[in-house]
Every structure is written in C-alpha cells, then in structure tokens.
Design a protein around this ligand. Structure first.
Ligand SMILES: [Ca+2]
Ligand SMILES: [Ca+2]
Length: 137
C-alpha cells in the first residue's frame, strides 16, 4: 500500500492507451486467476474489489465497518462484471468492466487531484506509475 496523488486525467490517459492498458489488464487478470483456469471466481475477483475499496469510501459509502454489507457489495460488483451471468468473469468481461469502472472513477474525481491509498500492483497504481514515467521522460 502507498499513498498517491492522482487525478481523473491520469486514469483516462491510462485507459485510452489501448495497448498498454490491455497488457496491464491481462497481467492483472493472470495474477488474480489463482487456479489458472482462465476465469475469475468471486473469491479470485475479491482481491481486485478489495483494492478498489477506496472508491467505495470515496463515494461516501463506508462499508468497512460491516463485513456482511461489504460481502453484499462485492457480490453486486461481481454480478456487474459477469455480463453473461455464468458465475465466472472471463478476460473480456474483466477488461470491459474494469475500463468502465475506471472511467467512472475518473469522472467522479474530475480534474482535482485526489489522495488515495493504492495497492501495489493494482491498476490505479499502474496508472500513476505510467504517468510519472511519462513526466520524467
Ligand atoms: Ca480462476
Ligand atoms: Ca461470465
């Protein structure tokens, strides 16, 4: 975990660089897919959802205090990812929903930089790292 400052534009840049974004998504998916069956179960996706926890609190819903409420939120999010409702999330579903979610986060943040606690290896963290490499170049 680290505290980073990011803004909406950083996330949009990251998502719109199709090739780099796809590589990051594939990489993230492979790491979440603990049993390597090419699909994410709720338990496997949970790691990603937990890394996005800041977003839930960002929108004013403090779900951290009640584990049952948190579990319900995770189930609802999983259903959102699982477009064909087969109980598993494949790479395409993961990619399109992550993209949608990140763009929603970006528009929620606007242009004011926001301080967030980011998980190492998480997609938001990768977005910040890419942005700072670009600035350094
Ligand atoms: Ca799996
Ligand atoms: Ca599915």
């Amino acid at each position: 975990m680290s505290v980073e400052v990011l803004d909406g534009a950083t996330i949009v840049d990251f998502v719109e660089e199709e090739e780099a974004f796809n590589v990051s998504i594939r990489d993230r998916f492979a790491r979440l897919d603990a049993d390597h069956d090419g699909l994410l179960s709720l338990a496997e996706l949970l790691k990603e959802l937990q890394s996005l926890r800041v977003i839930e609190t960002h929108f004013g819903v403090d779900v951290e205090t009640d584990p049952r409420e948190l579990a319900r939120v995770h189930e609802l999010l999983f259903v959102q990812f699982d477009h064909d409702s087969n109980g598993k999330v494949d790479l395409e579903e993961f990619k399109s929903e992550t993209k949608r979610m990140m763009l929603a986060i970006a528009s929620g943040m606007g242009f004011l930089p926001v301080q967030m606690v980011l998980e190492e290896g998480g997609l938001l963290k990768i977005a910040v790292e890419r942005e700072s490499t670009k600035l350094a170049a």
